[in-house]
Design a protein around this ligand. Structure first.
Ligand code: DGT
Length: 138
């Protein structure tokens, strides 16, 4: 059977590291409300993935981020929509992350990520994600 291809949404997220911890944001009202995500969002037409992530991190956290290496790509299906999520390392930025979009921000020690309620798109590949997270690249 030919695979369905109704709607694909490209998403970029930042693995933002500080002192052995990663920044998670609690999603506000709407889809996946209350889940702890890696900050980021959808790529707009005309943007490169890095430009999109830089913009999202500025909008959501108020930081000017240097986007590091692309570490992982994942796909997930939410109903009729497929998301392609690109995970980038972020180890350098200007400013202090402030919650401008999320209900709450939290620096989470790597070993405690698993205990948080995270999107299924991330949970289903958490072993791979964890090995990437433990070896950040600028
Ligand atoms: P939506 O789902 O249409 O209500 O979109 P927004 O605007 O609430 O969400 P946005 O712009 O953050 O889009 C990211 C999409 O990717 C959203 O469907 C949730 C999904 N996603 C899965 N895991 C993650 C993650 O770790 N971080 C982010 N930012 N999004 C994730």
């Amino acid at each position: 059977m030919k695979p369905r291809r109704k709607l694909w949404i490209p998403v970029v997220t930042g693995l933002i590291h500080r002192e052995g911890k990663i920044l998670l944001g609690k999603r506000p009202k709407g889809s996946l409300q209350g889940q702890w995500e890696f900050p980021g969002g959808k790529i707009e037409i005309g943007e490169t993935p890095e430009e999109a992530l830089k913009r999202e991190l500025s909008e959501e956290l108020g930081i000017e981020a240097d986007i590091g290496a692309l570490r992982l790509a994942a796909t997930h299906t939410y109903g009729e929509r497929g998301v392609l999520i690109l995970f980038f390392d972020v180890v350098f930025w200007k400013g202090e992350p402030k919650s401008q979009h999320h209900v709450e921000l939290k620096w989470v020690p790597y070993d405690e990520i698993r205990q948080h309620e995270i999107p299924e798109a991330n949970r289903k590949m958490l072993d791979r994600l964890m090995s990437v997270i433990k070896t950040p690249m600028a």
